[in-house]
Design a protein around this ligand. Structure first.
Ligand code: 13P
Ligand code: SF4
Length: 333
């Protein structure tokens, strides 16, 4: 193992780890979790493994065993950079596939292979080929929340953190932006000079928010800052004070430090930020992603013990999917 890739000497003690999550995890539950945490830390050392965790992961994962945390863009960037032999993706399947596409020689594990995504399930490679036939010559920008097969049919990928910059980077008047209809419509509102054609895919978590939720939150908490993820419908984004990727929402909270904030996104986002920002009051509503919630400390531990569940991508898809992801990574917002 390459000892330089992780600073093993800096591992916090169990007491320090509990301090990070004690406002979220009751003391009575900690001993069982601490056992999993200790086992995961030892297994990571033994296997030269890293845990990449998305911002929607539960606090006991996010704050104790993750080596790298972030939004989809940050995780893709870090996956491209790591020198670990094993990557455990604490997130959903498309994120693990992206890590595999960027690291075909490494072992990439997902602790629960059932951790899917309604957006990834909304479109197939055949759908993309049909769209291309219907709109010849129009470049296809594909959200990373898709399968490797769909990425392989695309010109380049985007995330919520760089969608606008990616579309603008093409310098063309017409773009197909798939499969998230609302993300595409939200980008369209910012780029009226470009015609954005889209697909009727939705995030099952963000599509449930309504503009009325925001109006109610403003009434209940006067002065509250409202941050909405761009997978929300445009009417929701229009009511918000700010819209951006999960990393951009974090940045807003940590730099602007609103007294009260509502995060119109997955619930773990506020849970994780609240632990690091005790001076900010986080208020509801939020929605749970059932896919993200399939990942647990116990499943991460088993994954590292047994090297299950290994994520594979067919050889013929690696090169075209990688081209689309790398083209995205080359775009600077
Ligand atoms: P970001 O973290 O890239 O904003 O994505 C949100 C999301 O829904 C990932 O599944
Ligand atoms: Fe997919 Fe939405 Fe869950 Fe993200 S929050 S994984 S976009 S279903």
């Amino acid at each position: 193992m390459d000892a330089a890739c992780l600073d093993r000497t800096a591992l916090p003690s169990p007491a320090e780890l509990y301090e990070r999550v004690r406002h979220h995890v009751p003391a009575i539950e900690w001993p069982a979790l601490a056992e999993d945490v200790a086992a995961i830390q030892a297994l990571k050392r033994a296997r030269n493994a890293v845990v990449l965790a998305h911002n929607y992961q539960a606090p006991e994962i996010f704050h104790t065993v993750a080596d790298i945390v972030g939004d989809s863009l940050a995780l893709a960037r870090e996956a491209a950079r790591t020198d670990a032999d094993v990557i455990v993706l604490a997130g959903v399947h498309f994120m693990a596939e992206t890590a595999k596409i960027l690291n075909p020689g490494k072992t990439v594990l997902i602790p629960d292979p059932g951790a899917g995504c309604s957006l990834a399930e909304s479109i197939t490679a055949a759908d993309v080929r049909a769209l291309r036939r219907r709109h010849p010559g129009v470049p296809v920008v594909t959200y990373v929340n898709t399968s490797a097969a769909v990425k392989a049919e695309s010109d380049l990928c985007c995330t919520s953190g760089n969608a606008k910059a990616v579309v603008e980077s093409l310098g063309v008047p017409r773009v197909l932006m798939i499969p998230d209809e609302y993300l595409a419509q939200n980008v369209q509102a910012d780029l009226p000079h470009i015609e954005i054609l889209t697909w009727a895919g939705h995030c099952e978590v963000h599509e449930r928010f309504t503009a009325e939720d925001i109006r109610e939150a403003r009434q209940a908490y006067p002065g509250v800052a409202v941050l909405a993820h761009p997978e929300c419908p445009p009417a929701v984004v229009a009511e918000a004070d700010f819209s951006g990727s999960t990393a951009a929402m974090q940045d807003y909270v940590e730099t602007r430090r609103p007294a009260q904030v509502v995060m119109i996104t997955e619930c773990a986002m506020a849970d994780n930020l609240a632990l690091r920002n005790p001076d900010v009051a986080f208020v509801k509503p939020c929605n749970l992603c059932p896919h993200m919630k399939r990942i647990s400390l116990g499943k991460i531990r088993r994954s590292l013990e047994t090297l299950a569940h290994e994520v594979t991508v067919p050889d013929d898809l690696i090169a075209p999917a990688r081209r689309a992801v790398e083209r995205m990574l080359a775009v600077r917002p």
